[in-house]
Design a protein around this ligand. Structure first.
Ligand code: BV8
Ligand code: ZN
Length: 260
């Protein structure tokens, strides 16, 4: 993909967003790519060096918890040095541009919250949360964890507070995400390969409910089939441009309302 988006497409997308009463966004690893965080299935992706079934399933953790913690400690160390990028910040600004806005993310890196997104649903948990496999105690920690961290209260093994393959999504969070996309007039699908379920199905649910889906990605994904518009290029470049156009339209709407 050329990476430079046709301005008429950006204007079309901005008009859909500025006219929407309710907007949702579904993001994946691609939105953190420009912060220097590897994606899962791309060139330098995590799944190139590890098999998901060896490091991101409950079976893997039972079989070799040290290997699983090596994988998550490696990702925590890598994330300790990264910052949210312009794409994260643009989505945080979109939340304040009038329409009811919900950001649904598959990412566990915490970068949306750090960029200022408040109406945020983390479908797959958060890598900074650790949960005790014994007493279920949970806390957030950003310091380095040992090879086999244990609960100070009960001594059982701690696990990362993320949703592994084969595990259900956090109950309340999933229902809120379903409702947010079904009620949306417009859904942005940003930086996801749209293959992990049930998260990816939210794009199809939105389209079925009549929401206009806008895909933002470096390449088309299966979600392209149900998207009203596709903006292909880097999310960290497209999102700030797009949100700037929405902001200008919102200002115009504001002045029209006051003068009408
Ligand atoms: C469940 C947390 C049931 C851990 C993750 C067969 C068929 C269909 C489904 C299944 C199946 N077999 C099993 C399943 C279900 C399974 C699943 O979907 N498997 C898939 C892989 C086939 N799902 C589950 O197991 C889920 N649970 O179903 O439970 C259940 C119900 C009740 C009771 C018991 C059980 C749980 C899924 C959650 C797994 N956990 N993460 C961790 O992070 O370590 S998933 C993992 O993948 C991440 O969360 C990630 O977010 C997610 C999706 O990946 P993406 O974010 O899309 O990243 P990816 O690299 O794939 O793509 C990046 C995209 O960005 C690309 O499109 C690229 O082009 C683009 N991009 C790159 N750079 C940029 C960019 N775009 C813009 N700008 C850029 N700069
Ligand atoms: Zn415990």
């Amino acid at each position: 993909m050329s990476g430079v988006v046709d301005p008429s497409l950006l204007d079309g997308a901005a008009r859909l967003l500025a006219a929407a009463r309710s907007v949702a966004a579904l993001t994946g690893a691609g939105v953190s790519d420009e912060s220097g965080v590897p994606t899962f299935r791309g060139a330098g992706g995590y799944w190139k060096n590890h098999r998901a079934e060896d490091v991101a399933t409950p079976t893997a953790f039972r079989r070799d918890p040290a290997l699983v913690w090596e994988f998550y400690n490696y990702r925590r160390d890598l994330l300790a040095g990264v910052e949210p990028n312009a794409g994260h910040r643009a989505l945080a600004e979109l939340e304040s541009l009038g329409a009811r806005f919900t950001l649904v993310t598959q990412n566990v890196d915490g970068l949306h919250a750090r960029a200022g997104s408040a109406r945020l649903l983390e479908l797959h948990g958060n890598i900074w949360v650790v949960r005790c496999t014994g007493c279920r105690g949970e806390h957030t920690s950003r310091e380095a964890l040992g090879a086999l961290p244990r609960c100070t209260a009960c001594g059982a093994l701690l696990r990362p507070g993320v949703v592994w393959f084969g595990e259900p999504l956090p109950p309340g969070v999933w229902e809120q995400a379903e409702r947010a996309v079904a009620e949306s007039d417009c859904l942005l699908v940003v930086g996801t390969s749209a293959v992990v379920q049930p998260a990816a199905s939210l794009a199809w649910r939105a389209a079925q409910a009549g929401s206009r889906v806008i895909e933002i990605n470096t390449e088309p994904t299966p979600a392209r089939d149900i998207a009203a518009l596709g903006l292909y290029g880097q999310a960290g470049v497209i999102l700030p441009d797009l949100v700037g156009r929405v902001r200008a339209l919102r200002v115009q709407q504001g002045t029209q309302e006051t003068t009408s």
